[in-house]
Design a binder for this molecule. Structure first.
Ligand code: UT7
Length: 329
């Protein structure tokens, strides 16, 4: 087993106050609470108001991490934000957050890897710490998916929610803590199955874009589902293999919260009992890059992840991108 040199320490989250329930959605599109719960496991999701920007929510989550680690904001060398729904297209979300947080010594940038973004960002942060580029890196998963969700499309609008989660990456305080192994993968040929066709340089904002609603997220749900199940299980297997460990060594599985049925299938194929899998999709829906750091924060605060726990995180999303990371807490 690789000796951990980089650790995750401290967690934080910020969830918008407003709740959108399945009953609320019944009034907006042709759906039912029963269908949503049976097909996805979701009961409600949180939706941000205009003043709950990702910069503000990110500041809140990061300040919890700073408080827990005892670090001053001036000691942060880098901020990496994983997001697919930034407050602005330019500058990056991380720049906005750096300014709002007052992290004047931090280099800040975004990572775009959709729902797998937080794991990609952790891997980048690990590299920065290992090479000495940074000592303390705030890694944030932040989404306001409500801003890019089509509330006329029942196949997607029931899924998504808003929120932010954060952690800190630094040199491990001892060799038994930290990142043990990871695995990242992409298949760009499948990009169209989950995408936003309009709003970029190929299809800049136009009346047509508004009329055809191409600015919003689109997903081929059934196909995405199939890939998600296969690839999340494979990512878990590869990560465990790289660590020289087995499913029995995993104390807590933190899967990206896209669909309860995907979580159950991932746990089953990986050989991890559902009791070890953390689920909060019922309360938050799919918050893309924010889902794993929000779940991690809840696990740590509830005592499900404690000192010495082997935590296996796994995600799959637009790109398609997917990945997994094994961490000893
Ligand atoms: O985070 C990134 C990764 N995301 C995912 O991995 C999500 C993957 N996909 C899914 O979670 C599921 O595919 C969905 C929850 C999106 C859809 O569930 P499904 O079991 O795959 O349903 P489906 O798309 O096969 O649709 C079945 C039926 C269709 O009706 P017909 O054609 O059988 O008459 C849909 O029109 O359900 C219908 N339907 C709905 N009915 C009520 C689709 N959305 C809804 C809805 N309420 N909201």
């Amino acid at each position: 087993m690789k000796r951990p040199v980089v650790e995750l320490v401290g967690t934080g989250r910020c969830i918008p106050r407003n709740v959108l329930t399945n009953a609320d959605l019944e009034k907006m599109v042709d759906t039912s609470d029963e269908w949503i719960r049976e097909r996805t496991g979701i009961r409600e999701r949180h939706i941000s108001t205009a003043d709950e920007t990702l910069a503000r929510m990110g500041k809140d989550a990061c300040e919890q991490v700073l408080e827990e680690t005892g670090l001053d904001v001036a000691e942060i060398d880098s901020i990496i934000v994983a997001t697919a729904s930034p407050d602005h297209l330019l500058p990056s979300q991380a720049c906005d957050l750096q300014a709002t947080l007052g992290a004047t010594n931090a280099a800040a940038f975004d990572v775009g890897a959709a729902c797998a973004g937080f794991l990609y960002a952790l891997a980048v942060a690990e590299g920065m710490v290992v090479t000495g580029q940074a000592k303390h890196v705030l890694v944030v998963g932040a989404e306001r998916l409500s801003a890019i969700t089509d509330y006329q499309d029942r196949s997607t609008c029931i899924l998504f929610g808003d929120g932010v989660g954060a952690t800190l990456v630094r040199t491990a305080s001892n060799s038994s803590r930290g990142i043990i192994s990871s695995y990242l993968k992409t298949d760009g040929t499948l990009g169209k199955l989950l995408c936003r066709p309009g709003g970029g340089a190929v299809q800049p904002p136009s009346e047509e874009m508004i009329e055809q609603r191409t600015y919003f997220l689109r997903m081929e749900g059934r196909q995405t589902f199939k890939h998600a199940v296969r690839k999340m299980a494979d990512a878990c297997e590869q990560t465990l293999k790289r660590a020289g460990m087995t499913c029995d060594d995993v104390d807590v599985l933190i899967p990206h919260q896209a669909n309860l049925r995907i979580i159950e299938a991932t746990a089953k194929h990986t050989g991890i009992p559902m009791e070890k899998a953390f689920v909060n999709i019922d309360r938050y829906g799919n918050t893309s890059a924010a889902s794993i750091p929000i779940a991690l924060d809840e696990c740590v605060r509830e005592g499900r992840v404690k000192e010495g726990s082997n935590v296996l995180m796994v995600a799959f999303g637009g790109g398609f991108t997917w990945g997994s990371m094994l961490v000893r807490w």
